[in-house]
Design a binder for this molecule. Structure first.
Ligand SMILES: Cc1cc2nc3c(=O)[nH]c(=O)nc-3n(C[C@H](O)[C@H](O)[C@H](O)COP(=O)(O)O)c2cc1C
Length: 310
C-alpha cells in the first residue's frame, strides 16, 4: 500500500525544521496536539554513506514510537548515495522518504543540493528516479523556483514527470526566502498541472499557514495535505482538531516536558534551547520579564528553578 494514500484530504504535517524539530520538540508537539505526520530534520546523504558521518546521521534518524508516522528527510546531490540511504531507511522501518529540494541555505546551495537542484533539473530527476529504486514511496519538498515565480510551471512539471508519491510546495522561490507572502494565488494552476502530469501524486502546500482551518479552501480545491512550520512557534497546540485556549499552566507544563526531553536525550549545547522559551512563556502578565530572566540562565537546572516558582 502507498503510505500516502491512507490519509484523508486535509491531513496535517509538522514541517521539517533544522535545529527545531528534533526528537525532543517532535515529542512536545505530539503531546500538545499531534499532526497526522512528522518529518525529521534534513540529513545529508553524504553523511549517512560515509564511515565518518554515519553515526551522526543515525542519531538524526532516531525516533520514538509516539512520533510515528514519521518520514525522514534527506538531501544531497549524488543519486547513488540517495539510493543507499533510502535502502537503509527502509530497513530501519520508515514507511517513506522525503527529498529536500528547497533549502535556501547558502552552504547547502553551494554544494548544489537543496534549492540548488532547481537549477539542475536533470540531476533532480535522476535523484528521484534512483531513490525510488529503494522500493519506498519517495516524496519531494521544494519551492516554486529559484529566482522568479514564473519558473514554477517548468520546475514542478520536471518533478511531476518522475511521479513522486507526494509533492510539498513551499509557495515561494528560493530568492524570496521567507520574506514575502506565500503565492497562494497559484494553487488552482498547480493542482491543474499535477492532475495533467501525475494525478496520483499527493499534493501538500506549505508557507505561512498558522492552523489547518486556514487552508480548508485549498483542500476543497483539490490540495491533499497541509504542512505547518513556524506556526507552532505562535501556538504549539495549532494541530488541535477543536482549537481551544490554553492556560499559562499548560504552557509551562509543556516547557517543563521539553526540558525533560532535552535532558533525556542528552541534547546539547544548552543555549539553542532558549530559543524555544518564547513559545511557552508568552501572552500572560509578566511573561516578558520571566523570559528575560530565562535568557540569562546557563543550564536546564537554572531554567527549571525559574519555572518552578511560577
Ligand atoms: C529554522 C528553520 C529550519 C528549517 N529546516 C528545514 C529542513 O530541514 N528541511 C526543509 O525541508 N525545510 C526546512 N525549513 C523550511 C520549513 O520546512 C518550511 O518550508 C518553511 O518554514 C515555510 O513554512 P512555514 O511558513 O509554515 O514556516 C526550515 C525552516 C525554518 C524556519
Amino acid at each position: 500500500m502507498n503510505f500516502w494514500k491512507q490519509f484523508r484530504p486535509g491531513f496535517t504535517i509538522l514541517a521539517p525544521m533544522e535545529g527545531v524539530t528534533d526528537i525532543a520538540f517532535r515529542q512536545v508537539i505530539a503531546k500538545a496536539a499531534r499532526p497526522d505526520i512528522f518529518y525529521t530534520e534534513f540529513t545529508n546523504v553524504n553523511s549517512y554513506t560515509s564511515e565518518k558521518g554515519r553515526h551522526n546521521a543515525l542519531e538524526r534518524f532516531k525516533i520514538e514510537e509516539e512520533e510515528r508516522p514519521i518520514i525522514p528527510q534527506i538531501w544531497g546531490t549524488r543519486p547513488n548515495m540517495f539510493l543507499e540511504t533510502a535502502q537503509a531507511l527502509k530497513q530501519m522501518g520508515f514507511p517513506a522518504v522525503d527529498i529536500n529540494m528547497g533549502c535556501p541555505d547558502r552552504h547547502v546551495v553551494a554544494t548544489g543540493g537543496g534549492s540548488g537542484l532547481i537549477r539542475t533539473p536533470e540531476l533532480a530527476k535522476e535523484i528521484i528516479h534512483t531513490t525510488k529504486l529503494a522500493g519506498v514511496p519517495v516524496s519531494i519538498k521544494t519551492r516554486l523556483g529559484y529566482t522568479h515565480v514564473d519558473e514554477w510551471r517548468d520546475w514542478l512539471a520536471t518533478i511531476l514527470q518522475e511521479s513522486p508519491a507526494a509533492l510539498t510546495v513551499h509557495l515561494r522561490t528560493k530568492k524570496e526566502m521567507s520574506k514575502v507572502p506565500a503565492h497562494y494565488e497559484l494553487i488552482p494552476d498547480i493542482i491543474k498541472l499535477k492532475q495533467q502530469i501525475s494525478p496520483e501524486t499527493v499534493l501538500i502546500i506549505n508557507g505561512d499557514i498558522e492552523k489547518p482551518s486556514d487552508a480548508q479552501e485549498y483542500i476543497r480545491m483539490g490540495v491533499d495535505g497541509i504542512m505547518i512550520g513556524r506556526g507552532v512557534f505562535h501556538n504549539p497546540f495549532c494541530f488541535e482538531k477543536s482549537p481551544r485556549s490554553h492556560s499559562r499552566e499548560e504552557l509551562i507544563d509543556l516547557m517543563s516536558y521539553h526540558l525533560d526531553l532535552y535532558e533525556k536525550y542528552g541534547l546539547s549545547p544548552y543555549d539553542p534551547l532558549k530559543h524555544f522559551y518564547k513559545i511557552y512563556i508568552n501572552n500572560f502578565p509578566g511573561a516578558s520579564e520571566i523570559r528575560e530572566r530565562l535568557m540569562q540562565t546557563k543550564s536546564i537546572l537554572e531554567a527549571r528553578a525559574i519555572i518552578n516558582q511560577l
